[in-house]
Design a protein around this ligand. Sequence first.
Ligand code: NAD
Ligand code: UFG
Length: 337
Amino acid sequence: MAVLVTGGTGFIGSHTCVELLEKGYDVVIIDNLYNSRQQVVDAIEKIAGRRPVFVKGDLLDEALLDEVFTKYDIDSVIHFAGLKAVGESVRLPENYYRNNIVTTLNLIDAMHRHNCTKIVFSSSATVYDAGEVSPLKETCRLGCTNPYGRTKLFIEEILRDVCVAHPEFTAILLRYFNPIGAHPAGLIGENPNGIPNNLLPYVTNVALGRLPQLNVFGNDYDTPDGTGVRDYIHVVDLARGHLNALDYAQTATGAQAFNLGTGNGTSVLEIVRAYEEENGVKIPVNIAPRRPGDNATTFADATRANEILGWHAEYDIRDMVRDSWNFAKITLANEEA
Ligand code: NAD
Ligand code: UFG
């Protein structure tokens, strides 16, 4: 029996593979390495002390999926693979619909062909309607404003329909808030190509001296210091949430959504201050205009995940910024070696 982890060499997938292997699960990764590197498999093995099976391939390849399900005794799937850049999705919507939705349909079809009925899916807090007020509960209104978000919402709906048509099928929809940090070992973490879009990878690049300053997108929001507030969650906490979800999926029925967040909001300037104080580095900031599409405040009500999955976040902001910087230093040292 093995868990198939799609996108398992990516940021969240790699941390989840470590947790799975440490708990004794056998793990099969399928990833096309579009946004990750094969060396991550070695890093996972180094941390967990066991090696996952790695299959380099694309979820658009249905024959490959059949091979994987036939060769390995897959009894559940954690589905991370996908494209995730909001701005890019506006420019290249077809790529996002094909790579996120068609791939998921292929995966569901393969699961049906091989009698696999449990899936945990990477959804996002972005599925909540922008008009909803935090703390966001799973019962809040849904609605998206960009193609990336719509792929998440559509996949949630597809999985709901699949669960109705196939009552033996269970889908756990995990709505992540803002995952940051890295494994404390410093061997896996977030490593985006090019200039980062997200706050923490950008801050890290400033700390490394690769970028001159952080542009803070707006300081006139209706928040305590005027900068945007988000629910940052340590990626190891998030990864652990997938094990709780997988456990729950064994007995649960239907499609069920859970927020994975801490329930706390932190502003951009609070993140910068914590990063500087915890790591002894300087992050120069420049107050820039608001970024289109951003809202003032987003944070989770994570009560449902706590009550039903028995999960709660354990790491705080200091842990998150420390582990981000630790990974950056070790990665930089490796890149320069
Ligand atoms: P990531 O880009 O680091 O990992 C995704 C992995 O999927 C990559 O390794 C990539 O190579 C692989 N992949 C993409 N398309 C593929 C395909 N067609 N076939 C095989 N492999 C493919 O991203 P992440 O941050 O680890 O995110 C994982 C999931 O969580 C994504 O679905 C993302 O949308 C979702 N999510 C992420 C965040 C976040 O802020 N990181 C927030 C909410 C939801
Ligand atoms: N920010 C800056 N400067 C930067 C980058 C970000 O000030 O260079 C600010 C943003 O304005 C926002 C906060 O930092 O207030 C967080 O921004 P991120 O881009 O890191 O994250 P978002 O909350 O915008 O989006 C993230 C994921 C999305 C996902 C969403 C779900 O990137 O994929 O969370 O809530 F959909």
